[in-house]
Design a protein around this ligand. Structure first.
Ligand SMILES: C[S@@+](CC[C@H](N)C(=O)[O-])C[C@H]1O[C@@H](n2cnc3c(N)ncnc32)[C@H](O)[C@@H]1O
Length: 270
């Protein structure tokens, strides 16, 4: 990947100040330099995808779920999307953050940024038309799963998620603990810390299989330099249209192995 300079010529200094990357007097300190490096690192994964979806010069649409302050949407818009016909829609459950981000976009005249106050699941009804890219950066717990389902249902060309903590599978493993005690494999989730870790890992494995079963080619990699977060796995899925039945049966087998049959409809998109 090619290195990026600290501040790109097209970047809005006002945005960088609003995001506290630059100080009010336009300086960059050690902390913000690190933050900027992390943002660029993530951008380097997304830039080739933006290049691909915008290469025909036509409009395209990126949806960012669990957007918080819309940090990711603003950076992508400022670095790339504002020079194209692309649009960004941020979906966020916290109304105050939605209003703040909307006001900032208006101030910066980022006219092709929209903000929707909704949970990810409900947003299916708020967003119409074709979707090119779905992102979810540390969207809490099952919001990442909802973002994946959203992308699949909307036939997104690309789905990019950096999962946050996930508690749902750990909850199910805990519930089934007594039933699974006779199985040697249950040692993997005997201690609460291991239950949480294996729950989280298992979730990401199932998410990848789900994406493959629905016609996506999946890459899993690490966001290095992302020291401020333990959650640094990035899952990049590209729609290739070939549904993978082997992945489907693997989902069933894994759920059986871990006594998690209750979650079949979720990961099999039934
Ligand atoms: C850890 S923050 C990440 C924010 C942002 N993506 C970022 O990386 O800066 C998670 C955000 O997801 C939002 N969120 C959690 N569950 C959600 C849901 N089901 N639907 C929409 N937003 C959700 C929270 O309100 C919060 O703003």
């Amino acid at each position: 990947m090619k290195p990026l300079d600290e501040i790109k010529p097209q970047q809005s200094l006002e945005l960088l100040k609003e995001l506290h990357i630059l100080t009010r007097d336009g300086k960059i300190n050690q902390d913000s330099r690190r933050k900027l490096k992390q943002v660029y690192h993530l951008y380097q994964f997304i830039e080739p995808i933006l290049t691909e979806v915008s290469c025909d010069g036509l409009p395209f649409h990126l949806i960012d779920h669990g957007s918080g302050k819309s940090y990711l949407g603003f950076i992508l818009y400022d670095l790339f999307i504002k020079l194209t016909q692309g649009r960004v829609t941020s979906i966020e459950i916290n109304e105050k953050l939605v209003n703040q981000a909307e006001a900032l976009a208006k101030k910066l005249e980022f006219t092709r940024m929209d903000f929707v106050h909704s949970d990810v699941e409900g947003s299916l009804n708020h967003v119409s038309g074709d979707i090119d890219i779905v992102t979810a950066l540390h969207a809490c717990d099952t919001a990442t799963d909802d973002a994946i389902t959203f992308g699949i249902k909307k036939n997104a060309k690309w789905i990019i998620v950096i999962p946050c903590c996930q508690a749902e599978i750990a909850r199910h493993l805990k519930k089934q603990k007594t039933k699974s005690l006779h199985m040697p494999i249950s040692e993997l989730w005997r201690h609460p810390l291991h239950t949480r870790e294996i729950g989280s890992h298992l979730t990401n494995v199932l998410r990848c299989l789900q994406l493959e079963s629905q016609g996506y080619q999946v890459t899993v990699t690490e966001l290095v330099g992302w020291e401020h977060s333990m959650k640094n796995e990035i899952i990049i899925a590209k729609f290739i249209g070939q549904k993978n039945n082997k992945s489907k049966s693997r989902i069933k087998n894994i759920l059986d192995e871990f006594q998690l049959q209750e979650l079949q409809s979720k990961f099999l998109c039934e």
